[in-house]
Design a protein around this ligand. Structure first.
Ligand code: AMP
Ligand code: MG
Length: 411
């Protein structure tokens, strides 16, 4: 049995995931979070008609012919509240952002004028009504919803929140994530060097993948392949919103993860996905925790993280777009594939004209972490494919960390 398809496994996971509750954060910490409330404008912006240019506020009817000479009756800066009224034959010197005075219906930019004396100016071109005036409420209207619940807070959205004076905003809580590695053969980063051991790369690669989503995970360390030790460590992990446990998920005699999780009351939803790398991917739910059983091979665990864990963590965070952004790329070389499992080939991308060209990062073994370290994207070979020829077009999932889309790859 090859296991579930990638799409079915994603659906199975996301069907069980709920967004977490909300919390208030200071605006300074809101970047990348998801709004948990609708935010309304608390004022008209701009609060009155303002000049879009440094120039002169005038009556357009006075300057239908050019050149025309007008008398300058006032000097208006941004922040001033002018009291003058511009009468026929008059104008006011005005700065960008300053309120347009009574009587004036247009602004001419200074470049199209010539000062004659201290209080007369020649207008060199005709001006249409409303020229270079930004209307009151043009950028927002008091009471209008400017950011709906579910908005991902980009720098622009943070700016908008400042504009409506939101020093605190309600955002969805970020998941608390625990990471556990398993295996007697593993050597921790802080343990003495032993050439016969396998360095624990997964804890840190997964940590970085979680951090790339803006979440600070907790590393639980390494559980040894002994049921009691594994049980104790897994129990600790079940206090978190999400537990990522790598290794020990296959069917070897020392792969105790599954039976131990089940003893701890985790309800396993699936075990095995028809993908390469990443076949021994598993998922289950506990009362407090979503549990991801990731393959031990470092590349497999990272690829599975991208397909299953990242969308789930984003969903918990209330984000609307769950999946890595994809683009079409042309293959620089042929890629062999036997129908059966979806395959994720680590590639680099370069642009030629308006086409992206994908090149494999080299040997693609599931333990060869350098293939991932140099990758800019994951090229997707659909399960039914017979492989690609050089020049064929294929879908590539970007790994750049910030770009997400709402539909899964290939849908
Ligand atoms: P397992 O699923 O436990 O049989 O592990 C599959 C392969 O991945 C084995 O070669 C393990 O040594 C390796 N592996 C498991 N966990 C890690 C880890 N945390 N870091 C690096 N390699 C690992
Ligand atoms: Mg193991």
């Amino acid at each position: 049995m090859e296991g579930l398809s990638v799409a079915d496994a994603q659906r199975c996971i996301l069907e069980t995931i709920r967004q977490l509750g909300s919390e208030e954060v200071p605006l300074q910490q809101a970047l990348g979070r998801t709004l948990a409330e609708d935010v309304q404008a608390n004022r008209d912006q701009p609060p009155y008609d303002v000049s879009a240019m440094d120039g002169y506020a005038l009556r357009s009817a006075d300057v239908t012919q050019s050149p025309t000479v007008l008398k300058v009756i006032a000097d208006i800066k941004a922040g001033d509240l002018p009291t003058c009224t511009v009468q026929a034959g008059q104008c006011a010197r005005i700065m960008t952002g300053a309120p347009v005075p009574q009587g004036a219906d247009a602004v001419i930019r200074v470049e199209d004028t010539q000062a004659l004396t201290a209080d007369t100016v020649q207008i060199n071109v005709p001006v249409k009504p409303r020229n270079d005036i930004r209307d009151r409420g043009e950028s927002m209207r008091c009471g209008a919803t400017i950011l709906p619940r579910g908005t991902e807070l980009t720098p622009g959205a943070v700016g908008l929140l400042a504009m409506v004076k939101r020093a605190q905003v309600a955002v969805y809580r970020r998941p608390r994530v625990a990471i556990l590695s398993t295996g007697d053969e593993l050597e921790g980063l802080d343990e003495p060097f032993d050439a016969n051991k396998i360095p624990d790369a997964n804890s840190y690669a997964l940590m970085a993948q979680v951090q790339a989503l803006g979440i600070e995970p907790v590393l639980l360390g390494i559980a040894r392949d002994r049921p009691e030790h594994l049980r104790e460590m897994l129990q600790r992990g079940l206090q978190f919103d999400a537990l990522l446990v790598s290794g020990g998920t296959s069917v070897g005699v020392h792969d105790f993860v599954r039976p131990t999780l089940e003893q701890l009351g985790v309800q396993m939803k699936f075990w095995g996905v028809a993908m390469k790398p990443g076949h021994p991917m598993a998922f289950g739910t506990a009362p407090l925790t979503w549990v991801f059983g990731l393959p031990g091979n470092p590349v497999s665990s990272m690829v599975c993280f991208e397909q299953f864990v990242a969308p789930a963590l984003r969903c918990m965070s209330g984000l609307p777009r769950l999946y890595r952004r994809t683009l079409n790329a042309r293959l620089a070389h042929a890629i062999k594939h036997r129908p059966g499992r979806s395959e994720f080939v680590r590639v680099t991308l370069r642009q030629e004209g308006d086409t992206y060209i994908a090149t494999s990062t080299g040997a693609q073994g599931s333990g060869i972490l350098s293939s991932m370290a140099h990758a800019e994207g994951l090229l997707i070979i659909p399960a039914a494919s017979n492989g690609f020829a050089a020049g064929d077009t294929a879908l590539v999932q970007l790994l750049d960390g910030t770009a997400f889309q709402s539909s899964p790859a290939g849908e």
